[in-house]
Design a protein around this ligand. Structure first.
Ligand code: FES
Ligand SMILES: [Fe+2]
Length: 423
Protein backbone atom coordinates (compact mmCIF):
# COMPACT_ATOMS: atom_id res chain seq x y z
CA UNK A 1 0.00 0.00 0.00
CA UNK A 2 1.23 3.46 -0.85
CA UNK A 3 0.38 6.87 0.51
CA UNK A 4 -1.43 9.26 -1.79
CA UNK A 5 1.77 11.30 -2.05
CA UNK A 6 3.84 8.25 -3.04
CA UNK A 7 1.25 7.35 -5.66
CA UNK A 8 1.39 10.87 -7.09
CA UNK A 9 5.17 10.72 -7.25
CA UNK A 10 4.98 7.51 -9.30
CA UNK A 11 2.23 8.64 -11.64
CA UNK A 12 2.61 12.36 -12.37
CA UNK A 13 4.67 12.86 -15.52
CA UNK A 14 4.37 16.55 -16.37
CA UNK A 15 7.36 18.95 -16.58
CA UNK A 16 9.07 19.42 -13.24
CA UNK A 17 7.62 16.32 -11.57
CA UNK A 18 10.14 13.69 -10.39
CA UNK A 19 8.74 10.99 -12.68
CA UNK A 20 8.40 13.42 -15.56
CA UNK A 21 12.06 14.36 -15.17
CA UNK A 22 13.05 10.67 -15.08
CA UNK A 23 11.08 9.96 -18.27
CA UNK A 24 12.78 12.93 -19.92
CA UNK A 25 16.07 10.98 -19.72
CA UNK A 26 14.82 8.42 -22.28
CA UNK A 27 13.89 8.35 -25.97
CA UNK A 28 10.21 7.58 -26.55
CA UNK A 29 8.51 6.22 -29.67
CA UNK A 30 5.80 8.65 -30.79
CA UNK A 31 4.76 7.53 -34.29
CA UNK A 32 5.41 5.07 -37.08
CA UNK A 33 7.56 6.58 -39.82
CA UNK A 34 4.82 5.57 -42.27
CA UNK A 35 2.31 7.87 -40.58
CA UNK A 36 4.34 10.92 -41.58
CA UNK A 37 4.67 9.60 -45.13
CA UNK A 38 0.87 9.60 -45.37
CA UNK A 39 0.32 12.92 -43.61
CA UNK A 40 3.10 15.45 -42.92
CA UNK A 41 1.98 16.46 -39.41
CA UNK A 42 0.76 14.61 -36.34
CA UNK A 43 -0.49 16.02 -33.03
CA UNK A 44 1.53 14.55 -30.19
CA UNK A 45 0.85 14.63 -26.47
CA UNK A 46 3.93 13.50 -24.60
CA UNK A 47 4.77 13.82 -20.90
CA UNK A 48 2.04 16.40 -20.43
CA UNK A 49 3.06 18.62 -23.34
CA UNK A 50 1.14 19.31 -26.56
CA UNK A 51 3.43 19.15 -29.58
CA UNK A 52 3.30 18.73 -33.33
CA UNK A 53 5.46 16.24 -35.18
CA UNK A 54 6.14 17.14 -38.80
CA UNK A 55 8.19 16.08 -41.79
CA UNK A 56 9.33 18.88 -44.09
CA UNK A 57 9.84 18.51 -47.83
CA UNK A 58 13.55 17.83 -47.43
CA UNK A 59 12.66 14.86 -45.18
CA UNK A 60 13.72 16.46 -41.88
CA UNK A 61 11.55 15.61 -38.88
CA UNK A 62 10.68 18.21 -36.26
CA UNK A 63 8.80 18.06 -32.97
CA UNK A 64 7.78 21.56 -31.88
CA UNK A 65 5.20 23.21 -29.62
CA UNK A 66 1.66 22.58 -30.87
CA UNK A 67 0.60 26.23 -30.81
CA UNK A 68 2.13 28.92 -33.00
CA UNK A 69 3.91 31.54 -30.85
CA UNK A 70 2.26 34.33 -32.88
CA UNK A 71 -1.48 33.97 -32.23
CA UNK A 72 -1.60 30.47 -30.73
CA UNK A 73 -3.20 28.39 -33.46
CA UNK A 74 -2.64 24.68 -33.93
CA UNK A 75 0.40 24.05 -36.12
CA UNK A 76 -0.76 20.51 -36.94
CA UNK A 77 -2.73 22.29 -39.71
CA UNK A 78 0.50 23.91 -40.93
CA UNK A 79 2.21 23.65 -44.30
CA UNK A 80 5.42 21.62 -44.74
CA UNK A 81 8.05 23.64 -46.63
CA UNK A 82 11.46 22.69 -48.00
CA UNK A 83 13.02 23.45 -44.62
CA UNK A 84 10.52 23.82 -41.82
CA UNK A 85 6.84 24.02 -40.99
CA UNK A 86 4.87 27.14 -41.94
CA UNK A 87 1.94 28.35 -39.88
CA UNK A 88 -1.13 28.55 -42.07
CA UNK A 89 -2.56 31.59 -40.25
CA UNK A 90 -0.02 34.33 -41.15
CA UNK A 91 2.81 32.36 -42.67
CA UNK A 92 5.44 32.38 -39.96
CA UNK A 93 7.81 29.47 -40.43
CA UNK A 94 9.74 27.38 -37.90
CA UNK A 95 12.62 24.96 -38.25
CA UNK A 96 13.26 21.78 -36.27
CA UNK A 97 15.11 23.71 -33.55
CA UNK A 98 11.94 25.73 -32.95
CA UNK A 99 13.50 28.90 -34.39
CA UNK A 100 11.21 31.22 -36.33
CA UNK A 101 12.89 31.65 -39.72
CA UNK A 102 10.28 33.63 -41.69
CA UNK A 103 7.63 36.26 -40.89
CA UNK A 104 6.32 37.38 -44.29
CA UNK A 105 4.38 40.55 -43.37
CA UNK A 106 6.86 41.66 -40.69
CA UNK A 107 9.67 41.35 -43.24
CA UNK A 108 7.66 43.41 -45.75
CA UNK A 109 7.25 46.24 -43.25
CA UNK A 110 10.76 45.97 -41.75
CA UNK A 111 13.05 44.30 -44.31
CA UNK A 112 15.98 44.57 -41.90
CA UNK A 113 13.95 43.76 -38.79
CA UNK A 114 15.21 41.15 -36.33
CA UNK A 115 11.88 40.23 -34.76
CA UNK A 116 11.99 36.62 -35.99
CA UNK A 117 15.31 36.02 -34.27
CA UNK A 118 13.58 36.65 -30.96
CA UNK A 119 10.84 34.11 -31.62
CA UNK A 120 11.64 30.53 -30.72
CA UNK A 121 9.20 27.82 -29.76
CA UNK A 122 9.65 24.56 -27.85
CA UNK A 123 11.47 21.91 -29.89
CA UNK A 124 12.74 18.41 -29.19
CA UNK A 125 15.01 16.14 -31.23
CA UNK A 126 13.51 13.30 -33.26
CA UNK A 127 15.26 10.24 -34.64
CA UNK A 128 14.10 7.33 -36.77
CA UNK A 129 14.92 3.68 -36.13
CA UNK A 130 13.41 0.55 -37.68
CA UNK A 131 10.29 2.34 -38.91
CA UNK A 132 9.59 4.22 -35.69
CA UNK A 133 10.09 7.91 -34.81
CA UNK A 134 11.42 8.57 -31.33
CA UNK A 135 11.63 11.81 -29.36
CA UNK A 136 13.85 12.98 -26.51
CA UNK A 137 12.71 15.75 -24.15
CA UNK A 138 15.53 15.75 -21.60
CA UNK A 139 18.76 17.60 -20.91
CA UNK A 140 21.61 17.73 -23.42
CA UNK A 141 23.56 15.85 -24.45
CA UNK A 142 20.90 13.28 -25.31
CA UNK A 143 21.84 9.62 -24.88
CA UNK A 144 21.87 7.40 -27.98
CA UNK A 145 18.64 5.94 -29.30
CA UNK A 146 18.88 2.38 -27.98
CA UNK A 147 19.35 -0.10 -30.82
CA UNK A 148 17.41 -3.01 -29.30
CA UNK A 149 17.81 -6.19 -31.29
CA UNK A 150 14.36 -6.29 -32.91
CA UNK A 151 14.97 -2.81 -34.37
CA UNK A 152 18.20 -3.81 -36.10
CA UNK A 153 17.72 -7.48 -36.95
CA UNK A 154 17.96 -8.13 -40.65
CA UNK A 155 15.67 -10.39 -42.65
CA UNK A 156 12.54 -9.67 -40.64
CA UNK A 157 9.08 -8.29 -41.31
CA UNK A 158 8.10 -5.44 -39.02
CA UNK A 159 4.95 -3.63 -37.99
CA UNK A 160 3.84 -1.04 -35.44
CA UNK A 161 0.50 -1.25 -33.59
CA UNK A 162 -0.80 1.59 -31.43
CA UNK A 163 -3.54 2.16 -28.87
CA UNK A 164 -4.30 5.29 -26.85
CA UNK A 165 -5.42 4.21 -23.40
CA UNK A 166 -7.34 6.39 -20.92
CA UNK A 167 -5.15 5.49 -17.96
CA UNK A 168 -1.81 6.21 -16.35
CA UNK A 169 1.28 4.47 -17.77
CA UNK A 170 2.15 2.72 -14.49
CA UNK A 171 -0.95 0.53 -14.57
CA UNK A 172 0.24 -0.94 -17.87
CA UNK A 173 3.80 -1.38 -16.68
CA UNK A 174 3.06 -2.93 -13.29
CA UNK A 175 1.17 -5.64 -15.14
CA UNK A 176 4.49 -6.74 -16.65
CA UNK A 177 5.87 -7.35 -13.15
CA UNK A 178 2.88 -9.54 -12.32
CA UNK A 179 3.39 -13.03 -13.79
CA UNK A 180 0.47 -14.63 -11.96
CA UNK A 181 -2.09 -12.60 -13.91
CA UNK A 182 -1.21 -14.63 -17.03
CA UNK A 183 -2.70 -17.74 -15.47
CA UNK A 184 -5.92 -15.97 -14.50
CA UNK A 185 -6.58 -13.05 -16.87
CA UNK A 186 -5.44 -14.86 -20.00
CA UNK A 187 -5.93 -18.49 -18.94
CA UNK A 188 -8.99 -19.11 -16.81
CA UNK A 189 -10.70 -15.93 -18.04
CA UNK A 190 -10.35 -16.90 -21.71
CA UNK A 191 -11.75 -20.32 -20.85
CA UNK A 192 -14.64 -18.72 -18.96
CA UNK A 193 -15.65 -16.88 -22.13
CA UNK A 194 -16.07 -20.27 -23.78
CA UNK A 195 -17.76 -21.92 -20.78
CA UNK A 196 -21.58 -21.97 -20.69
CA UNK A 197 -21.29 -21.72 -16.89
CA UNK A 198 -18.83 -18.80 -17.12
CA UNK A 199 -19.19 -15.65 -19.24
CA UNK A 200 -20.61 -16.82 -22.56
CA UNK A 201 -22.52 -13.51 -22.63
CA UNK A 202 -19.31 -11.57 -23.34
CA UNK A 203 -18.69 -11.11 -27.11
CA UNK A 204 -15.87 -13.18 -28.52
CA UNK A 205 -14.46 -13.95 -31.93
CA UNK A 206 -15.52 -17.28 -33.43
CA UNK A 207 -11.98 -18.67 -33.58
CA UNK A 208 -11.18 -18.05 -29.89
CA UNK A 209 -9.47 -21.15 -28.56
CA UNK A 210 -9.27 -22.44 -24.98
CA UNK A 211 -6.07 -21.58 -23.11
CA UNK A 212 -3.84 -24.31 -21.70
CA UNK A 213 -3.56 -22.91 -18.18
CA UNK A 214 -0.32 -23.50 -16.31
CA UNK A 215 -0.37 -22.86 -12.58
CA UNK A 216 2.51 -20.83 -11.17
CA UNK A 217 4.66 -22.46 -8.51
CA UNK A 218 7.39 -19.95 -7.69
CA UNK A 219 8.07 -16.42 -8.94
CA UNK A 220 11.22 -14.35 -8.57
CA UNK A 221 12.63 -11.02 -9.77
CA UNK A 222 16.19 -9.80 -10.21
CA UNK A 223 17.66 -6.47 -11.22
CA UNK A 224 19.91 -6.47 -14.28
CA UNK A 225 21.58 -3.78 -16.38
CA UNK A 226 18.48 -3.01 -18.46
CA UNK A 227 15.76 -3.43 -15.84
CA UNK A 228 14.24 -6.46 -14.13
CA UNK A 229 14.28 -10.16 -15.01
CA UNK A 230 11.09 -12.02 -14.18
CA UNK A 231 11.36 -15.74 -13.42
CA UNK A 232 8.77 -18.42 -12.72
CA UNK A 233 8.14 -22.13 -12.40
CA UNK A 234 4.94 -23.88 -13.37
CA UNK A 235 3.37 -26.69 -11.37
CA UNK A 236 2.77 -30.05 -12.99
CA UNK A 237 -0.76 -30.48 -14.27
CA UNK A 238 -2.75 -32.90 -16.43
CA UNK A 239 -0.52 -33.77 -19.38
CA UNK A 240 2.06 -31.21 -18.22
CA UNK A 241 5.23 -32.15 -16.32
CA UNK A 242 5.57 -28.55 -15.07
CA UNK A 243 8.89 -26.74 -14.90
CA UNK A 244 11.68 -26.38 -12.35
CA UNK A 245 14.42 -23.88 -11.67
CA UNK A 246 16.47 -25.77 -14.29
CA UNK A 247 14.11 -24.68 -17.09
CA UNK A 248 14.46 -21.56 -19.24
CA UNK A 249 11.47 -19.87 -17.60
CA UNK A 250 13.73 -19.62 -14.56
CA UNK A 251 17.32 -19.77 -15.83
CA UNK A 252 16.85 -17.20 -18.60
CA UNK A 253 13.68 -15.58 -17.38
CA UNK A 254 11.98 -12.71 -19.10
CA UNK A 255 13.24 -9.13 -19.40
CA UNK A 256 11.40 -5.94 -18.51
CA UNK A 257 13.32 -2.92 -19.79
CA UNK A 258 13.42 0.10 -17.51
CA UNK A 259 11.40 2.21 -17.32
CA UNK A 260 8.50 1.35 -19.62
CA UNK A 261 9.14 -1.49 -22.08
CA UNK A 262 8.14 -5.14 -22.04
CA UNK A 263 9.75 -7.62 -24.39
CA UNK A 264 7.27 -10.30 -25.37
CA UNK A 265 7.94 -12.79 -28.14
CA UNK A 266 8.94 -10.88 -31.26
CA UNK A 267 7.65 -7.58 -29.90
CA UNK A 268 8.38 -4.69 -27.60
CA UNK A 269 5.44 -3.14 -25.82
CA UNK A 270 6.13 0.51 -25.01
CA UNK A 271 3.95 2.26 -22.45
CA UNK A 272 4.56 5.91 -23.30
CA UNK A 273 3.06 8.45 -20.88
CA UNK A 274 1.10 11.05 -22.85
CA UNK A 275 0.02 12.70 -19.60
CA UNK A 276 -1.03 11.55 -16.14
CA UNK A 277 -4.19 9.84 -17.42
CA UNK A 278 -3.36 8.78 -20.99
CA UNK A 279 -0.85 6.28 -22.34
CA UNK A 280 0.31 5.58 -25.87
CA UNK A 281 0.65 1.81 -26.01
CA UNK A 282 2.93 1.03 -28.93
CA UNK A 283 3.73 -2.53 -30.00
CA UNK A 284 6.78 -2.83 -32.24
CA UNK A 285 7.18 -6.26 -33.79
CA UNK A 286 9.91 -7.87 -35.91
CA UNK A 287 8.98 -11.29 -37.22
CA UNK A 288 11.99 -13.48 -37.98
CA UNK A 289 11.89 -15.62 -41.09
CA UNK A 290 12.19 -19.42 -41.17
CA UNK A 291 15.70 -20.63 -42.08
CA UNK A 292 16.48 -20.12 -45.76
CA UNK A 293 13.61 -17.70 -46.38
CA UNK A 294 14.24 -14.11 -47.45
CA UNK A 295 11.86 -11.59 -45.93
CA UNK A 296 9.66 -9.66 -48.37
CA UNK A 297 10.82 -6.07 -48.88
CA UNK A 298 8.89 -3.49 -46.85
CA UNK A 299 8.99 -0.01 -48.41
CA UNK A 300 7.56 1.35 -45.18
CA UNK A 301 6.85 -0.43 -41.94
CA UNK A 302 3.05 -0.82 -41.74
CA UNK A 303 1.22 0.72 -38.80
CA UNK A 304 -2.19 -0.23 -37.46
CA UNK A 305 -4.51 0.38 -34.56
CA UNK A 306 -5.01 -2.25 -31.87
CA UNK A 307 -8.52 -1.61 -30.52
CA UNK A 308 -9.13 -1.68 -26.77
CA UNK A 309 -12.81 -0.74 -26.78
CA UNK A 310 -15.89 -1.84 -28.73
CA UNK A 311 -18.33 0.73 -30.17
CA UNK A 312 -20.48 0.52 -27.05
CA UNK A 313 -17.46 1.47 -24.92
CA UNK A 314 -16.94 -1.95 -23.35
CA UNK A 315 -13.48 -3.51 -23.37
CA UNK A 316 -12.62 -6.03 -26.07
CA UNK A 317 -11.47 -9.08 -24.09
CA UNK A 318 -11.23 -11.90 -26.63
CA UNK A 319 -7.48 -11.55 -27.18
CA UNK A 320 -4.49 -11.38 -24.86
CA UNK A 321 -3.56 -7.73 -25.19
CA UNK A 322 -7.24 -6.71 -25.07
CA UNK A 323 -7.52 -8.53 -21.74
CA UNK A 324 -4.46 -6.69 -20.45
CA UNK A 325 -5.82 -3.34 -21.65
CA UNK A 326 -9.10 -4.08 -19.89
CA UNK A 327 -7.26 -4.72 -16.64
CA UNK A 328 -5.18 -1.52 -16.98
CA UNK A 329 -7.97 0.84 -17.99
CA UNK A 330 -10.59 -0.44 -15.54
CA UNK A 331 -8.26 0.42 -12.64
CA UNK A 332 -9.31 4.00 -13.44
CA UNK A 333 -7.46 7.03 -14.88
CA UNK A 334 -4.97 6.74 -12.00
CA UNK A 335 -5.22 3.61 -9.84
CA UNK A 336 -5.76 4.45 -6.19
CA UNK A 337 -2.83 2.52 -4.82
CA UNK A 338 -3.53 3.83 -1.33
CA UNK A 339 -6.49 1.40 -1.28
CA UNK A 340 -4.83 -1.72 -2.66
CA UNK A 341 -3.94 -4.86 -0.69
CA UNK A 342 -0.71 -6.36 -1.98
CA UNK A 343 0.15 -10.04 -1.57
CA UNK A 344 2.92 -12.43 -2.49
CA UNK A 345 2.03 -12.23 -6.19
CA UNK A 346 3.00 -8.55 -6.08
CA UNK A 347 6.65 -8.73 -5.01
CA UNK A 348 7.76 -7.75 -8.54
CA UNK A 349 5.55 -4.68 -8.46
CA UNK A 350 7.03 -3.67 -5.10
CA UNK A 351 10.56 -4.07 -6.48
CA UNK A 352 9.67 -2.02 -9.57
CA UNK A 353 8.25 0.83 -7.50
CA UNK A 354 11.42 0.92 -5.40
CA UNK A 355 13.53 1.00 -8.55
CA UNK A 356 11.46 3.88 -9.91
CA UNK A 357 11.95 5.86 -6.69
CA UNK A 358 15.72 5.19 -6.75
CA UNK A 359 16.04 6.26 -10.37
CA UNK A 360 13.91 9.38 -9.80
CA UNK A 361 16.37 10.31 -7.07
CA UNK A 362 19.30 9.82 -9.46
CA UNK A 363 17.65 11.98 -12.12
CA UNK A 364 16.90 14.68 -9.54
CA UNK A 365 20.61 14.73 -8.62
CA UNK A 366 21.55 15.06 -12.30
CA UNK A 367 23.23 11.65 -12.37
CA UNK A 368 23.05 9.11 -15.18
CA UNK A 369 19.98 6.88 -14.92
CA UNK A 370 19.91 3.17 -15.75
CA UNK A 371 19.38 1.71 -19.20
CA UNK A 372 20.65 4.72 -21.13
CA UNK A 373 23.46 4.40 -23.67
CA UNK A 374 26.26 6.71 -24.77
CA UNK A 375 28.79 4.26 -26.25
CA UNK A 376 28.12 3.70 -29.98
CA UNK A 377 30.06 0.42 -29.93
CA UNK A 378 27.93 -1.02 -27.13
CA UNK A 379 24.85 0.37 -28.87
CA UNK A 380 25.42 -1.31 -32.24
CA UNK A 381 22.92 -3.95 -31.22
CA UNK A 382 21.54 -4.42 -27.73
CA UNK A 383 20.81 -8.14 -27.72
CA UNK A 384 18.23 -9.39 -25.27
CA UNK A 385 17.37 -12.84 -24.04
CA UNK A 386 14.12 -14.41 -23.05
CA UNK A 387 13.02 -17.87 -22.14
CA UNK A 388 12.50 -18.71 -25.83
CA UNK A 389 14.19 -16.78 -28.61
CA UNK A 390 12.03 -15.73 -31.53
CA UNK A 391 13.41 -17.43 -34.62
CA UNK A 392 15.35 -19.88 -32.46
CA UNK A 393 13.74 -22.90 -34.04
CA UNK A 394 11.16 -22.95 -36.72
CA UNK A 395 8.25 -24.29 -34.68
CA UNK A 396 9.03 -22.07 -31.75
CA UNK A 397 9.44 -19.06 -34.02
CA UNK A 398 6.07 -19.84 -35.54
CA UNK A 399 4.53 -19.94 -32.09
CA UNK A 400 5.89 -16.48 -31.35
CA UNK A 401 4.56 -15.22 -34.65
CA UNK A 402 1.11 -16.36 -33.62
CA UNK A 403 1.30 -14.19 -30.55
CA UNK A 404 1.14 -11.18 -32.85
CA UNK A 405 -2.05 -9.20 -32.61
CA UNK A 406 -4.98 -10.48 -34.63
CA UNK A 407 -5.20 -6.93 -35.97
CA UNK A 408 -1.70 -6.86 -37.46
CA UNK A 409 -1.60 -6.30 -41.23
CA UNK A 410 1.53 -8.46 -41.64
CA UNK A 411 0.83 -11.48 -39.41
CA UNK A 412 -1.30 -13.23 -42.08
CA UNK A 413 1.57 -12.73 -44.55
CA UNK A 414 4.09 -14.08 -42.04
CA UNK A 415 1.82 -16.99 -41.15
CA UNK A 416 1.69 -17.93 -44.82
CA UNK A 417 5.48 -17.79 -45.08
CA UNK A 418 5.72 -20.18 -42.13
CA UNK A 419 2.98 -22.45 -43.44
CA UNK A 420 4.79 -22.72 -46.77
CA UNK A 421 8.15 -23.34 -45.08
CA UNK A 422 6.74 -25.98 -42.76
CA UNK A 423 4.98 -27.69 -45.65
S1 FES B 1 -0.76 32.48 -35.67
FE1 FES B 1 0.84 31.48 -36.66
S2 FES B 1 1.60 32.95 -38.02
FE2 FES B 1 0.01 33.94 -37.00
FE1 LIG C 1 -1.01 -10.02 -19.75
Amino acid sequence: MLTTTENERLTQVGPGTPMGELFRRYWHPIAATGELAERPTKSIRLLGEDLVLYKDRSGTYGLIGALCPHRRVDLSYGIPEEHGLRCMYHGWMFDETGQCIEQPFEETVHPDGRFKEKVKTTAYPVQELGGVLLAYMGPSPAPLVPRWDLFVWENVVRDVGVTVLPCNWLQCMENSLDPVHVEWLHGYYTNSLLDPQGRPDIPKRPNLEPWRVRQHGTISFDLFDHGIIKRRTFKAGPGDPGTTTADPEWTSGHPILFPNILRVGSSFEYRVPMDDTHTLHLVFSAYAMPPGVTAPVQETVPHYEIPAFAEDGTCIVDYTLGQDMMAWSTQGPIARRELEKLGQSDVGIILFRKLLHDQMDLAARGEEVMNTFRDPVENQMLALFQEYQPGGDINRANLWVRQGSQYSPVVPQVDKIYADALG
